[in-house]
Design a protein around this ligand. Sequence first.
Ligand code: TXA
Ligand code: MG
Length: 315
Amino acid sequence: MADAVAALREGGLVAFPTETVYGLGADAANPDALRRLYAVKGRPATHPVIVHLGEPDHVDQWAVDVTEVAHRLARACWPGPLTLVLRRSRRVPDDVTGGRDTVGLRVPGHPMALRLLREFGGGLAAPSANRFGRVSPTTAADVRADLGGDVDLVLDGGACSVGVESTILDCTGLEPVILRPGGVTRERVEEIVGRTVPVSTDATGRAPGTLASHYAPRARVVVVGSDAVAERAAACIDDGNRVGVLAEKGPDDLPAGVTLLEPPRDADDYARVLYARLRAADDESLDVLLAVPPAEMGVGTAVADRLRRAAGSPP
Ligand code: TXA
Ligand code: MG
């Protein structure tokens, strides 16, 4: 921990666990560190990163015009998998926001992340600790496999308990808008806000990172309904592909030769194991992964969203 804090103070890059996925952290107030972060991620400079804070109270150092409803959401969900997009304060460097007038802030709910943030004292810019467009890491080993020696230090806090990224909520307008479904469910957000909260379908506008073809393994991901899996699998095998299936209840009528990846038990478990299974598809050298999404409720919405993006098709 002490080495991690020292590395961050010197402008280094430290990967750390959060409850969602591992983040690649850099001092959010150090433009040189941020440039290195973008270079290692292979990320376009116009693409904003989330600033992680150790205390909810620090939000007022990074954002201005924070609405009452944003404060209420922060109180209810932090530490936890919710990112609030707010108007940025003057101390936020352009490198963090991709030149926008807003900043994404979150207090992560993982003891090791909180300890790091509290000992470091400042904000940590931290995208998921994977190369741009690839599968997000949920273990320290995933980070090492993807980023290798380009990261100065990796804090190992075990496997992430949520497994999909934070919910991103734009709180700069009159009403909050969900930019990315994630660990905090829409149902929960609506309960706190006290009304319906829309999900943005504008993939190019406010959240440029929510691109199609994100979270993608090398294997081609195809999203299918459970009743169509067997037929699709047979057709893909006929075309000479190595085919795998990811589904909650492993379909029992699969053609011979199909690799059935270990089925998630329920939607929460699906979120937790999703990225590990996408990596497993590559470890198994699959050409095609047929994925049956969970029902779109609770965290299942985020899982279905990530599967569509892994398949390269916008929502
Ligand atoms: O769970 C998470 O949010 C993880 C962990 C490490 O905290 N982080 C994460 O970061 O997923 P990243 O960089 O992979 O995705 C952040 C997303 C991007 O899609 C980015 O466009 C969006 O947040 N974002 C960040 N700041 C924004 C802003 N000011 N306005 C709109 N979108 C923003
Ligand atoms: Mg990411």
